[in-house]
Design a protein around this ligand. Structure first.
Ligand code: S3P
Length: 445
């Protein structure tokens, strides 16, 4: 089944033993696509995410002068533009990808180009002043032209930038990365200080590329190369699997007593693995087998073994949140299957993701018969719920909402309908195939 499916019926079922290899990490694929497009020469990326978000980012880099060759399977070759950015003739459409749009804005702010960046209806409602504020302080010229104030489309006119020290008001890896990438094109050093640790894929990749980046506690500093930008060397890279995609099956297996699931080749960056700690404290068994050379790699990776149990509710909040921000939809679903209350706090950022995820999660949980309560900064869920099925669940065009509720549907007695699921292709084109392999049924309506 392809991703271009509008509505599906999901039939319950989950095998006792399963194995899954998740698609390539979305954050890492996009960062590699952005930076290697600047290299002088050909880079080859294996394990690249062939999802719409990552392909939209590659498409934008193509319009900026790189040549992209999509080879068989999940291999992509990029002939870089050797740092010579071309002025694109048309607006660059990043589709649904907040990462693509925000990081590319940072990358172009100090380059010698002019470009308009836009995205789909969801992306055009997401806040962009969070990146424009620091970039303008560096000297950037960015005009927000969205129908909604503070939103895309945005027009960038490349300008000479100067380094700044920026204390981020929100814990956002996208903001941090946008400022660091702009910093590469600035005069002098650029420092970003995080209020809480967020995913550090950009810093790791810059270091692996041999570019000067320094991490001192919560402060990350890059050295600027001025308006010509850095010289990036072409190379071969292997992208690990996406823990945020694997999370749907990890959550499903954790909540099914006695189930054993093996997850192969998944990224285990410590800034991404908080879900594993949360599921362990809920009662699931999770063993990590780091890849032989995985720890030494620029991004740690390995296999997981998940053993399902009768779970108990838990609380999630504080500094844990940025390290499982994309896993909160599946965690809310797991909470509905666990004994007692699961409370998610300090997660107001969920309201400005691909949808207002707090509202979307609560509405769908209730539609499925779950006792859920919405809070300004999160939600609480009380379980375990005996799910009848027969529910109509709505993704609101948000891939992680669609996938989280497909998992919930596996635990019901009768099938559930999930509307608006084409969005799943943004991050996990093989999701429905994997769902069927793990014991569920899926029928296109
Ligand atoms: C991402 C960072 C997170 C995450 C998003 C991908 C990234 O967003 O939710 O899906 O690739 O940097 P924020 O950093 O804005 O919270």
């Amino acid at each position: 089944m392809t991703g271009a499916v509008a509505t599906v019926a999901v039939t319950p079922g989950l095998a006792r033993d399963g194995e899954v290899t998740p698609p390539g990490d979305k954050s890492i694929s996009q960062r590699l696509g952005l930076l290697l497009a600047l290299a002088g020469g050909r880079s080859v990326l294996t394990g690249f995410l062939r999802g719409e978000d990552a392909m939209a980012t590659l498409g934008a880099m193509g319009a900026l002068g790189a040549r992209v060759h999509v080879e068989r399977g999940d291999t992509v070759a990029i002939d870089g533009n050797a740092g010579r950015l071309m002025t694109p003739v048309r607006p660059l459409d990043l589709g649904n990808s907040g990462t693509g749009l925000r990081l590319l804005t940072g990358l172009l702010a100090g380059g010698a180009v002019e470009a308009v960046l836009t995205g789909d209806a969801s992306l055009q409602t997401r806040p962009m002043t969070r990146i424009c504020d620091p970039l303008e302080r560096m000297g950037a010229d960015i005009e927000l032209r969205g129908e909604k104030p503070g939103c895309a489309p945005l027009r960038i006119r490349g300008r000479p930038l100067h380094g700044i020290r920026y204390e981020m008001p929100v814990a956002s890896a996208q903001v941090k990365s946008a400022v660091l990438l702009a910093g590469l094109y600035a005069e002098g050093d650029t420092t970003v200080v995080e209020p809480a640790p967020t995913r550090d894929h950009t810093e790791r990749l810059l270091r692996a590329l041999g570019l000067p980046v320094r991490v001192e506690g919560p402060a990350v500093t890059v050295r600027g190369f001025g308006s010509r930008g850095p010289r990036v060397r072409a190379d071969r890279w292997a992208v690990p699997g996406d823990l945020s995609s694997a999370a749907f099956w990890i959550g499903a297996a954790a909540a099914r007593e006695g189930m054993r699931l093996r997850v192969r080749n998944v990224g285990l960056n410590p800034r991404r693995t908080a879900l594993l700690d949360v599921l362990r404290r809920m009662g699931a068994g999770i063993d990590v087998e780091p890849a032989a050379d995985g720890e030494a790699d620029w991004e740690p990776r390995g296999d997981l073994r998940v053993t399902g149990a009768r779970l108990r509710g838990t609380e999630v909040g504080g500094a844990e949140v940025p390290n499982l921000i994309d896993e909160l939809p599946i965690l809310a679903v797991v909470g509905a299957l666990a004994e007692g209350e699961t409370r998610i706090r300090d997660a107001a950022e969920l309201r400005v993701k691909e949808s207002d995820r707090i509202a979307a999660l609560c509405a769908n949980l209730r539609a499925a018969g779950v006792d859920a309560e919405e809070h300004p900064d999160g939600l609480s869920v009380r379980g375990p719920t005996r799910l009848a099925g027969d529910a109509v669940l709505r993704s609101r065009g948000d891939h992680r909402v669609a996938m989280a509720f497909a998992v919930l549907a596996l635990f019901a007695r009768r099938p559930s309908v999930i509307e608006d699921v084409a969005c799943v292709a943004t991050s996990y084109p093989g999701f429905w195939t994997d769902l069927a392999r793990l014991g569920g049924g899926v029928e296109r309506l």
